[in-house]
Design a protein around this ligand. Structure first.
Ligand code: P6P
Length: 334
């Protein structure tokens, strides 16, 4: 039985041997993410009070205005990861190219690469709606002692050794997996400690929530239009409830707990969809599968896609197993 008073630190130590590379490096990596999340939580929770809102003036490779908190979160996670001397490379939505990282001994013998969306859903910041950080961790495939290469980052999602997110919502939570199920930890900001609040999270096989930006309806493939109409029909536990926060982490987190499906289809405007494969879809897909759910591009498993570029986009259907299967059925009919 999970000990709900267990702290994240105690949980990491207790479960360290489960991890096949249990040299303690992955634990130190998760610990660095834990620390960075606390620092970002502190800024996000007071965003309305200090002049940190509003676009930083720059735009990132996605052509999106960079909110100052985007830039801040990116800097905090990069600095914290580098200081822990575990990663040989970092890729971020906010960085055009990946960053190679040398250890203090000026060698490249660190074994992991991290890919991240440092502040997902950042357009919600100015309206006080929850946002999140998403991270994905791989063992490097390039030779130790040499600088990280693009191949270290272009691995299929099923090669991830860990993945997770931080949701800065009504409370701040870390939800992550190292391949042995999904666990959620809630931050007690008064003492800066995370507690095991959601042990062994399971995605209900069925749900009655669908999450999609219906403003794009006219641009969706016909299969998606047909699936949305199916969700709205009176039959069985339908019509489903429509919930769309505009923050993948928040929509996924709700569906993980209650059951549901999140859809970001391709559209005539964005034929590849909008979401990025490497640091949004793969980590969320890893968690979905670890929790008993599915993640698809409408035709196949997200985690089997062989990436070809750092910021590539894919259509994304993720959540309760039977809901994703039904959405795929409508997509494949058309
Ligand atoms: P739209 C945020 O920019 C994001 O990547 C996801 O977090 C979110 O679900 C989606 O895009 C929102 O996109 O086009 O519906 O505003």
């Amino acid at each position: 039985m999970a000990n709900r008073n267990q702290t994240l630190g105690e949980f990491i130590i207790e479960n360290q041997t489960e991890f096949k590379y249990s040299s303690g490096e992955l634990s130190r990596l998760i610990n660095s993410i834990r620390l960075a999340a606390k620092v970002v939580h502190h800024e996000v929770s007071k965003a309305g009070l200090v002049d940190i809102l509003g676009a930083a003036g720059d735009t990132n490779i996605q052509g999106e205005d960079q909110q100052k908190l985007d830039v801040y979160a990116n800097d905090i996670f990069i600095k914290t990861l580098i200081n822990r001397e575990i990663v040989c490379g970092i890729a971020s939505e906010e960085e055009d190219d990946f960053i190679t990282v040398k250890g203090r001994n000026e060698k490249n013998d660190n074994k992991y690469v991290v890919l991240m969306d440092p502040l997902d859903g950042s357009s919600n910041i100015d309206v006080n709606v929850s946002v999140g950080t998403i991270f994905s961790i791989y063992r490097r495939v390039s030779p130790e002692g040499t600088p990280a290469t693009i191949e270290d980052f272009l691995q299929p999602g099923h090669k991830q050794v860990a993945a997770g997110y931080i949701v800065y919502g009504t409370s701040t939570m870390i939800v992550y997996s190292t391949g042995h199920g999904v666990n959620g930890f809630t931050l007690n900001p008064a003492i800066g400690t995370y507690y095991l609040s959601h042990p062994n999270m399971q995605l209900p096989e069925d749900g009655n929530i669908y999450s999609v930006n219906e403003g794009n309806y006219v641009h969706f493939p016909q299969g998606v239009k047909n699936y949305i109409k199916y969700c709205q029909q009176e039959e069985g536990n339908r019509p489903y409830t429509s919930r769309y926060i505009g923050s993948l982490v928040s929509d996924f987190h709700r569906n993980l707990i209650k059951g549901g499906i999140y859809l970001y289809p391709s559209t005539s405007k964005d034929p590849k969809g909008k979401l990025r494969l490497l640091y949004e879809c793969n980590p969320i897909a890893y968690l979905a599968e670890q929790a008993g759910g599915l993640a698809s591009d409408g035709y196949g498993r997200i985690l089997d896609i062989k990436p070809t570029e750092l910021h590539q986009r894919v259509p994304f259907y993720c959540g309760s197993k039977n809901m994703v299967l039904k959405a795929e059925e409508f997509m494949q009919k058309k």
